[in-house]
Ligand binder design. Sequence first.
Ligand SMILES: C[S@@+](CC[C@H](N)C(=O)[O-])C[C@H]1O[C@@H](n2cnc3c(N)ncnc32)[C@H](O)[C@@H]1O
Length: 293
Amino acid sequence: MTQNTAEGRLATEGPNAEQIEYWNGDAGNRWAHYQDKLDRMLQPFSDAVLRLGAVRPGERVMDVGCGCGATTFEIAAHAGAAGHTLGVDISQPMIARARQRAAALNSSAEFMLADASTHTFPPGSFDLLASRFGIMFFLEQVPAFTHMRKALTSGGRVAFACWRPMKENAWVSVPLFAALPHIPKQEPAVPGAPGPFAFDDRDRFHGVLTSAGYSTIEIEPFDATLVVGSGPDPVADALQQTLDIGPLSRIFRELDDTQRAGTADAVREALTHHVGPEGVALGGAIWLVTARA
Ligand SMILES: C[S@@+](CC[C@H](N)C(=O)[O-])C[C@H]1O[C@@H](n2cnc3c(N)ncnc32)[C@H](O)[C@@H]1O
């Protein structure tokens, strides 16, 4: 089980040590910085998770990998005063942001800095595990989902959103393909490795949930358009975000100045082809997942 250190950061230990390091570094700070914009961009997926979870007043819900809390606040509004909504995340900067926002919004949502896949919750603590993109980062997937299932009541439900393959997600593939001539050759991703596309393969994810003891598993596709850049210069706005967060940003940080300049020019040019009335708009493709404990 991961423990809070005196400094208020999770100790970098356990199966997800690498992710604890990652989400408490620049990545966590950047997500906290872009929180408003990301929440607007990802709202269609929050709405989908909310529909899927169908939270009833009085229910107890864990938002797994809640980040800065956007989905947690919406769940808490449905669970009401008689319910309990707990956002759990390994990222200290994102949990800090979520707590600030809870106070400002007067939300009943509570937040915990913990690894949801190893922290000991009393058995049967929750009626629902929900997540918008917070469940793809476990190194040991079957033990992680087994552990979280034990925190559910018997027959409790899950409502998860995770990305479908990168090639179906233009918001990632358009910038990444534009950048390819300017970046070192990338090793092919290891199927199922922790990261945004860990569960892009429906059958594989179904197998993980089955092995973890879930039943009545349904995994359905859902698509939405993501506005990745807006304002007076939507292309510049989209470029900045693409190079700061998301899959290309991880590569961009490792590049030298020449590679960075070439990448930025190529991505900017690619994004200009996707400007619409609302700004730079690109497709997003996810799986919506329900199951029972
Ligand atoms: C892509 S972000 C999504 C954040 C948020 N759900 C949203 O939609 O804005 C993934 C989140 O999962 C969190 N995370 C990754 N592994 C985790 C774990 N084992 N336990 C809890 N949170 C985790 C990260 O810190 C990060 O906040």
